[in-house]
Design a protein around this ligand. Structure first.
Ligand SMILES: NC(=O)c1ccc[n+]([C@@H]2O[C@H](COP(=O)([O-])OP(=O)(O)OC[C@H]3O[C@@H](n4cnc5c(N)ncnc54)[C@H](OP(=O)(O)O)[C@@H]3O)[C@@H](O)[C@H]2O)c1
Length: 167
């Protein structure tokens, strides 16, 4: 199972100015690429705070939302609230036949998977913005080593970088 972190950040490494900010500054090409990759994967994982900024599941894909709130339930098979370990989530997805999953933030959930050394690739869009303060890609101290796979200039001023995590 390949876990690909797909995120956008500012030039100063900020993913949002606060946990409840809906991120609308990543550019239209980034959105299209996110849509294509997550549809190809068929499944994405995000934290409840990120989900709440969107407010609904992304259509045509399985949405796994990490939360410890047992009151959050869903009767939609493509919307799953859970507090399983990252290993169990990935093992279950593999059993269901998925081979790739998009890890779609936010910082807490990215850190959870990074702490378990479960991130295989990162696709990061650098947006032409600087916020100075805010949430970063990860919340905790880490030391991941990366290999650059590709770079791509998106629409004017946006840069996408694709890294593999060396394990
Ligand atoms: N720039 C980008 O590309 C991008 C992408 C995604 C998100 N974002 C932004 O990131 C911000 C949210 O990030 P965030 O770090 O504050 O929150 P988050 O990672 O989206 O969600 C955190 C929540 O996930 C749940 N959680 C965390 N660890 C868990 C575990 N081990 N087991 C079960 N549930 C767990 C908890 O939910 P409960 O509190 O419900 O228990 C926790 O409050 C938003 O502003 C969003 O817009 C930006």
């Amino acid at each position: 199972m390949k876990v690909v972190l797909i995120m956008a950040e500012t030039v100063d490494g900020v993913i949002s100015r606060s946990s409840n900010e809906f991120v609308d500054w990543t550019g239209s090409e980034d959105k299209k690429i996110f849509m294509r990759l997550t549809k190809e994967a068929g499944v994405l994982i995000m934290g409840s705070k990120t989900y709440d900024t969107i407010g609904k599941p992304l259509p045509g894909r399985k949405n796994i939302i990490l939360t410890r709130n047992k009151k959050r339930i869903s009767d939609n098979p493509n919307l799953v609230f859970c507090d399983d370990s990252p290993e169990k989530i990935l093992a279950d997805l593999e059993t269901e036949g998925y081979t790739m999953v998009a890890l779609a933030g936010g910082a807490q959930v990215n850190s959870l998977f990074a702490a378990h050394n479960l991130i295989d690739e990162l696709i990061i869009t650098i947006a032409p913005r600087i916020f100075g303060t805010g949430l970063r890609l990860f919340t905790d101290s880490l030391d991941l080593k990366l290999q650059l796979l590709s770079t791509k200039i998106l629409e004017e001023n946006f840069l996408m970088i694709h890294y593999k995590v060396l394990k």
